[in-house]
Write a protein that binds this ligand. Structure first.
Ligand code: FAD
Length: 505
């Protein structure tokens, strides 16, 4: 048996990035014996960002792999389920109705000769239903107010894939408790400085004069990027040309009497960006992500409050500046940056925790080498850059297809695609054929595949003109099968509110 060398790691930062990374690496490297000494240093004076309350569905597998009890995790974080995102107002109203479409996590592959999307386009269904309503189960479940699970669904399993809406503050606290119980050291101190030799940090020093040495340092200090900036200057790739929203105002409001939490996130386009609405069991987290070059903080807050309505009981309001882009090199010398210190893409598809999850996995595989060297760093950096670049492109897809022309922000939105040349060319191709898996071959996307692209493309009315006639017998058979599956899914799942009430008593 090859013995792992004993190494040490200091993680600076105790937000989701710090604790997810700590709990993962500790479980990976220290499950039977201690191979990696892991210490998290967290400032008692600098808070965590405290937003980041919706997840994609893969985060569920992270929590499961960490051995966390799903019901306990949800109870301790006031969590609800999320089966997708409802996008509202991203195009002009249609026949006087607000434009909307749903992006679920679910993929149904029922077609035989032709895929389900082509069959849908070649039927009369587009005249009477949205694309998502015709091709998945999740859209039917949310129409009935149902969550993804039945009374007897095992932990981390549902009738359809799901993520969570989760209180970000409580999540960091919960993960900290679990990580410390599992043997991660926790130090409350503020790092004031670091000793740097070449591109390595040899020690970090607290404001109280205490020093911590380690083989590796992980920068989880949020937008500050305290450690990574010390070892490499000019290390930021800005995405602001493609993604102009660089500010947010986050607001928490009470759920009104009798208002049941939705099992989906709502993303509503406003005048200069979009607002999220994320329901927890006890409150709604909401916020406006906007272009700070086009409106002031006060204007953004006023528009968000007007959108929520005068009756809204606001609990808390925070204004945030966002640094949009990612590191050119996430791992320099012995310093690795993750979470907001590594990069940030607006949370339209709730990907912050997902990117932390991906980075933690790659840290595990790359740090497992006996002597991680430049090859390991290059590989890690290439993959991380790829994740961010692909995600940037997927987010641009949401903006560039708009036909809204009611503000300069929306009139400029279609041009964002000029900063993602592959997507720009591909949109032409997708006028004539459905988006398929092979189109994305070679991409880094691990969560957003052809099916996800289809929900956005077709939700935003970028539909292919197909010169085909479908076999109507096959088409009818397939849609009848889907209807049966939808009906059955509604029978075996519980109303979202009932499931949560049962879980929380
Ligand atoms: C507006 C907005 C909405 C978002 N929505 C979502 C979402 O819906 N879903 C999602 O997955 N993600 C979302 N995100 C991203 C998500 O918030 C982050 O990815 C996640 O919270 C990780 O943050 P972090 O741990 O990197 O940073 P932070 O939470 O900022 O934590 C930084 C930590 O570093 C510590 N620190 C800083 N300086 C020092 C120092 N000198 N010494 C010691 N400690 C220090 C702080 O004390 C803190 O513990 C959103 C982000 C924004 C801005």
């Amino acid at each position: 048996m090859v013995e792992m060398a004993k190494k040490s790691m200091v993680i600076v930062g105790g937000g989701s990035a710090g604790w997810m990374t700590a709990i993962y690496l500790n479980r990976l490297f220290n499950h039977t014996e201690k191979n990696f000494d892991i210490t998290v240093i967290e400032s008692p004076d600098i808070g965590i960002i405290g937003v980041g309350e919706a997840t994609v569905h893969s985060v569920r597998f992270f929590f499961a792999a960490m051995g966390l009890d799903e019901a306990e995790l949800m109870r301790e974080t006031n969590a609800t389920f999320k089966t997708g995102i409802m996008f509202r107002n991203w195009m002009k109203p249609v026949a006087g109705e607000t434009h909307e479409y749903f992006h679920p996590f679910e993929h149904q592959r029922l077609g035989r000769v032709l895929d389900i999307s082509s069959l849908w386009f070649l039927s009369d269904r587009p005249t009477r239903e949205r694309y998502d309503e015709g091709v998945c189960l999740s859209a039917e479940l949310i129409k009935h107010g149902h969550g993804p699970k039945g009374a007897n669904s095992p932990a981390y399993q549902g009738v359809v894939p799901y993520g969570y809406h989760i209180d970000a503050m409580l999540l960091a606290r919960y993960l900290r408790k679990k990580a410390v119980e599992a043997g991660v050291k926790h130090v409350e101190a503020t790092i004031a400085d670091a000793t740097v030799e070449g591109e390595n940090i040899t020690a970090v020093h607290t404001t109280e004069g205490e020093s911590f040495t380690a083989d590796f340092f992980v920068d989880c200090t949020g937008f500050r990027g305290l450690l990574i900036d010390k070892v490499r200057a000019d290390n930021w790739d800005s995405f602001e040309d493609a993604l102009p929203c660089n500010r947010a105002v986050a607001l928490q409001r009470e759920l009104e009497e009798g208002e049941a939490p939705n099992p989906y996130t709502v993303a509503t386009a406003l005048s200069n960006g979009w607002a999220w609405q994320i329901d927890l069991v006890n409150r709604q987290g909401t916020g406006y992500v906007y272009d700070g070059n086009r409106m002031s903080e006060d204007e953004a807050e006023a528009e968000l409050r007007a959108f929520l309505g005068p009756e809204s009981k606001v609990l808390k309001c925070t204004h945030l500046k966002m640094k949009v882009g990612c590191r050119k090199e996430f791992w320099v010398g012995n310093v690795l940056a993750t979470g907001l210190a590594g990069g940030f893409i607006e949370p339209l598809e709730s990907t912050g925790l997902h990117l932390i999850n991906l980075a933690a996995g790659l840290m595990g595989t790359h740090l497992a080498a006996e002597q991680p060297g430049q090859d390991n760093r290059d590989s890690f950096n290439r993959l991380m850059r790829g994740f961010y670049q692909d995600l940037k492109q997927f987010i641009v897809l949401h903006y560039c297809l708009t036909n809204r022309d009611d503000s300069e922000f929306w009139r400029a939105a279609p041009a964002t695609v000029e900063h993602t040349p592959w997507l720009n060319a591909q949109l032409e191709i997708w006028k004539h054929k459905v988006c398929e898996y092979h189109d994305l071959a070679g991409a880094f996307s691990t969560t957003f595949t052809d099916e996800n692209y289809r929900y956005i493309l077709y939700g935003m009315q970028h539909v292919p003109k197909l010169g085909l006639v479908a076999d109507q017998t096959e088409s009818n058979r397939m849609f009848a099968e889907l209807a049966r599956m939808q009906e059955n899914a509604c029978k075996i799942t519980m109303p979202h509110a009932d499931y949560l009430a049962r879980m929380n008593t």
